[in-house]
Design a protein around this ligand. Structure first.
Ligand SMILES: NC(=O)CC[C@H](N)C(=O)O
Length: 193
């Protein structure tokens, strides 16, 4: 099993750190041909408006979108969630290829600016004990489609969701030392449903 990490911008190094600590093979994904050698992909947090601009030069997103709709497991965290959302509340990324596929509406920066970043203990389906979640200029998940399962909430708002092979979270699960959410995603790759 080899996990790709979108490495255009943002917190990709931290995801590689988690995957290394779990002994999972990984590779950087920056170009369409890198998709041939991965079995799943993580889309990190960072700045979605930078990611879409960088990706626009490579044709990566149309190729990745096709893979995801064919079943490639994907986990988008924070800016990665923004890339996966079917709908955004504003038009800030209009005109750029995103990915879509996750039947949610997302509001960018809805948890406030950089200085309003915060940590919160959240319960996550499948995990014993709370997870310390870091929210950094985090997007908020609104209006879920019926196929979207909520795995975690903060203040009664979904912050981690799953729709089949597509996982999305508002926070940064790669920051800190708790690797359990990555492990849950990785287990889902081998689990028989
Ligand atoms: N921590 C993050 O990934 C922040 C996301 C950022 N606010 C964006 O819109 O892309």
């Amino acid at each position: 099993m080899r996990v790709g990490v979108l490495s255009l911008q943002g917190a990709f190094r931290e995801h590689f750190g988690v995957l290394d600590s779990l002994g999972v093979a990984s590779r950087k994904v920056t170009r369409p041909e890198h998709l041939e050698s991965i079995d799943s992909i993580i889309l990190p947090g960072g700045e979605s408006s930078a990611m879409v601009r960088i990706a626009a030069t490579t044709g990566l997103f149309p190729a990745l979108e096709e893979k995801i709709s064919a079943g490639l497991p994907v986990f988008g965290t924070c800016a990665g969630l923004i890339l996966l959302a079917d709908r955004l509340t504003d038009d800030s990324l209009d005109g750029f290829d995103r990915l879509g596929g996750l039947d949610v509406t997302v509001a960018r920066n809805a948890y406030g600016r950089q200085r309003e970043s915060f940590c919160a203990r959240v319960q996550v389906t499948g995990l014993d004990g709370a997870f310390e979640a870091t929210f950094i200029r985090a997007p908020q998940i609104l209006n879920l489609g019926t196929d979207v399962q909520v795995l975690s909430e903060y203040a009664e708002v979904p912050v981690l969701v799953r729709q089949g092979n597509i996982w999305g979270g508002s926070f940064h699960p790669e920051l800190g030392t708790d690797t359990r959410i990555h492990e849950e995603f990785l287990h889902s790759l081998t689990a028989t449903v």
